[in-house]
Ligand binder design. Structure first.
Ligand code: ADP
Ligand code: MG
Length: 240
């Protein structure tokens, strides 16, 4: 579903990603972990071209998105992204947050979009919040709305950048539960996270980044019980 080949990214003179290659199969859940500043967000953002790679190639569903011929907007429609800080539309209700893009971008009828939105709100346990504004929601509820809003576009891939890092501890679980149930539907997911238990339980693979290099790309069991690199060992000692 996603193939990354020799990806490098620099911001001016700062080399942030070094020659990363990996493949994410359809239905796979990949957790991207590593120290702060190791390039996790940049790596994720390259996958939907929110950042333009300096070198290397990326394919999504067989299409090379790093090719000049590619219609980036079309590619992005296939890929949902959820951020640490929700980014809901504050002046729209929860339901309107979910229907806006399908109606505007995909030309879905308002009725159809609303029906789908209600289904998705049911899935994330927030149907009763359909008509409230985001300011009335807790952080965990906002993030569940943000996930539902992404899903309203019917993406083939979901990218998550530290979706629980801005939440109070008691709200982390409800968001992880939604992500876990999404993983169980077979969604292809790449998740930057510091939630090690979640990564171990839900991910099919762990990508460990350090200093912009993909140091380990392993099954969770291998990574958490027998990390190969000294850097991963040190990181895990601090985290666990
Ligand atoms: P992580 O998500 O692992 O914390 P990031 O991908 O956000 O790491 O950042 C990796 C490095 O790239 C950091 O040194 C950061 O300061 C730098 N960086 C990220 N985005 C930009 C940008 N738009 N311009 C310049 N430097 C950036
Ligand atoms: Mg980051």
């Amino acid at each position: 579903m996603i193939k990354v080949e020799n990806l490098s990214k620099s911001f001016g003179k700062l080399d942030v990603l070094h020659n990363i290659s990996t493949t994410i199969e359809k239905g796979d859940v990949v957790a991207i972990i590593g120290p702060s500043g190791s390039g996790k967000s940049t790596f994720l953002r390259c996958m939907n071209l929110l950042e333009t790679p300096t070198q290397g190639r990326i394919w999504i569903d067989g299409e090379e998105i790093t090719s000049k011929k590619t219609d980036i907007m079309k590619v992005r429609q296939k890929i949902g992204m959820v951020f640490q800080h929700f980014h809901l539309f504050p002046h729209k209700t929860v339901l309107q947050n979910l229907t806006y893009a399908p109606v505007q971008v995909k030309n879905v009828s308002k009725e159809q979009a609303e029906q789908k939105a209600r289904e998705l709100l049911t899935r994330v346990g927030l149907l009763d919040k359909a008509d409230v504004y985001p300011s009335r929601l807790s952080g965990g509820q906002k993030q569940r709305v943000a996930i539902a809003r992404s899903l309203a576009m019917e993406p083939e891939i979901m990218l998550f950048d530290e979706p629980t890092s801005a939440l109070d501890p008691e709200m982390v679980k409800e968001v992880l539960e939604v992500m876990k149930s999404l993983a169980e539907t077979g969604m292809t997911m790449a998740i930057v996270t510091h939630e090690m238990n979640f990564a171990r339980e839900v991910a099919d693979r762990i990508c460990f980044l350090d200093g912009g290099r993909l140091v380990e790309d392993e099954a969770p069991e291998t990574f958490f019980t027998a990390p190969k690199s000294e850097r991963a060992k040190q990181f895990l000692e601090k985290m666990l």
